[in-house]
Design a protein around this ligand. Structure first.
Ligand SMILES: CC(C)(COP(=O)(O)OP(=O)(O)OC[C@H]1O[C@@H](n2cnc3c(N)ncnc32)[C@H](O)[C@@H]1OP(=O)(O)O)[C@@H](O)C(=O)NCCC(=O)NCCS
Length: 185
């Protein structure tokens, strides 16, 4: 792979900037909104320092065993530079690349997730040679499911009791988008 891993990605309304440790201070406060985590088996970050440790790890851009590329971006409005969310992709050698995303709630309902994720998918399919993208979604997460369907993802599998978190059990949809389907859009 010869892709420049630290590259910024641009769309009509967004700038996607690779996440760095220094972003923890800026993102800690907006990540405290519990609505973001309603359907995710995690809590808002505990402290800016804990978030900085996580982002420091992400800055490696590769898993310790070398088998995964960790791509992640702060999503910014091109007009103001305001951070509005995060996008991620885990590129694996022999398996679908897994995408993940979140927007801060004030920015839901404007098509920003669709626009940003679409740019990331283009990078994965056209520059990383990924043959299939996948996403794992709580079956109740209607907004996320609508986003995936709008981009051409199809339901591949539903796993009952896929997650146990804080005494809550959740079912999970596994969505997939093969490159061939993406190219036919
Ligand atoms: C999942 C999530 C990113 C979806 O955000 P979103 O803003 O609903 O997603 P989209 O970018 O696809 O926007 C679609 C909405 O924007 C509207 N929209 C406005 N302008 C638009 C445009 N130019 N293009 C496309 N859609 C547009 C659409 O009509 C749609 O509105 P609706 O929700 O009222 O039907 C968001 O809900 C979120 O961050 N949730 C918490 C984290 C999470 O659950 N992540 C996923 C874990 S699997």
């Amino acid at each position: 792979m010869t892709v420049k891993i630290e590259a910024f990605l641009l769309t009509e309304r967004l700038v996607l900037e690779p996440v760095r440790e220094l972003h923890a201070r800026e993102l800690f406060a907006p990540l405290q909104d519990a609505r973001i985590f309603t359907y995710m088996p995690e809590d808002p970050p505990g402290t800016p320092e804990a978030l900085a440790i996580r982002y420091h790890l992400w800055e490696r851009r590769v898993s310790p065993d070398g088998n995964e590329r960790w791509l992640n971006w702060v999503v910014r409005l091109a007009t103001t530079g305001e951070a509005i969310g995060l996008l991620q992709a885990t590129v694996r050698a022999e398996a679908p690349a897994i995408v993940a995303y979140l927007l801060f709630p004030a920015h839901w309902g404007r098509g920003y997730a669709r626009e940003g994720l679409s740019r990331v998918l283009r990078l994965l399919f056209e520059e990383y040679g990924v043959v299939c993208a996948a996403a794992l979604v709580d079956t109740r997460n209607a907004r996320s499911i609508a986003l995936l369907r709008a981009l051409g993802f199809r339901l591949a599998q539903t796993v009952r009791q896929a997650d146990f978190y804080k005494g809550r059990v959740s079912d999970e949809h596994r969505f997939q988008l093969p490159r061939a389907v993406w190219l036919r859009r």
